[in-house]
Design a protein around this ligand. Structure first.
Ligand SMILES: Cc1cc2nc3c(=O)[nH]c(=O)nc-3n(C[C@H](O)[C@H](O)[C@H](O)COP(=O)(O)OP(=O)(O)OC[C@H]3O[C@@H](n4cnc5c(N)ncnc54)[C@H](O)[C@@H]3O)c2cc1C
Length: 263
């Protein structure tokens, strides 16, 4: 087995070696590393990332005051307890929402420990009117390469593949698109996310996919272009003509995506 060096003169030298060594698995055109740098963050730097009051108001917006700390939590650079105590320094009330979201991470860990089979198997049947066997097993090429008919989704796919970080709302849109608009099994999408996310964690990721899919929840999660426009429109192309599959009301989409459910 080839021994790879562990010390490098520069980040560029590391990047070059990785690109050369893993040439065959690199997605075409993606030779650059994520702009997110793994580094130990001081308490002051962590505090800069956490703005509890703004977080509570804006966290669902693509440019909202989310911390973007999940890669650091996932890689063990910082723990959730430390983040909670930094958030609480400004008072309990404003910290409430941030701490609730932090606790989702704990919750998914406990769910995965209690139900390890749910990491890759459907916890329950789909509530979409379709059987699991009616969902495709493989991720289509246009999704894997970020060339779907919908510009906003291609934007989020670029985030995934070029940075390894995707905003929570965009993760929900992508998961719903894969499972409900394209009728692909959630497992294919979950594996795709885990291959790219710097915070990739089977418990949070796979159970979130199951929640969107409705195999771990009471109904499927869907979205439409109006919703993406509201939360991401100032940063992402949300024009109807460049997002043709998403431009419809919830009633129209529900009838189109889940015809048997409506009966
Ligand atoms: C389909 C899908 C897949 C996901 N996959 C992952 C994954 O692989 N790893 C992962 O850590 N999170 C995952 N999440 C949850 C969530 O999207 C990310 O934790 C969040 O976007 C990370 O960004 P942030 O650090 O800016 O979060 P913030 O909103 O700033 O939250 C602070 C911290 O709380 C935790 N957190 C917040 N929301 C959640 C949540 N819903 N579930 C679990 N922890 C949360 C994270 O550690 C995060 O760093 C997924 C969500 C969906 C819908």
């Amino acid at each position: 087995m080839k021994q790879l060096p562990s010390k490098f003169e520069s980040r560029e030298a590391l990047t070059e070696l990785i690109a050369e060594t893993f040439e065959s698995v690199l997605i075409e055109g993606h030779r650059q590393p994520s702009p997110i740098h793994g580094q130990v963050l001081s308490e002051a730097e962590l505090a800069d990332c956490i703005q509890p009051a703004a977080y509570a108001r804006t966290r669902n917006f693509y440019d909202g005051a989310v911390s973007r700390l999940s890669p650091f939590v996932r890689q063990g650079i910082v723990d959730r307890k430390t983040l909670a105590s930094i958030a609480l320094a400004g008072g309990a009330k404003p910290a409430e929402k941030f701490i609730q979201e932090l606790l989702w991470g704990e919750f998914w860990q406990h769910v995965a420990e209690a139900r390890p089979s749910g990491l890759w198997q459907d916890a329950e049947p789909y509530k979409t009117g379709f059987l699991a066997s009616e969902y495709a097993l493989e991720l289509p090429q246009d999704i894997a390469t970020g060339t779907t008919p919908n510009a906003c989704l291609n934007h989020f796919i670029r985030d995934l593949q070029e940075t390894g970080y995707v905003h929570n709302h965009a993760r929900m849109y992508l998961a719903a698109y894969v499972v409900h608009f394209r009728r692909i099994r959630w497992q294919a999408g979950a594996a795709w996310f885990l291959a790219h996310l710097l915070d990739g964690d089977a418990a949070a990721n796979n159970y979130s996919w199951q929640w969107v899919a409705s195999t771990f929840g009471s109904k499927p999660y869907i979205f439409n272009l109006e919703n993406v426009e509201k939360y991401c429109g100032n940063q992402v192309d949300c024009r109807p003509e460049t997002n043709p599959e998403l431009d419809a009301s919830y009633d129209v989409l529900s009838a189109r995506l889940f015809p048997a459910r409506a009966l």
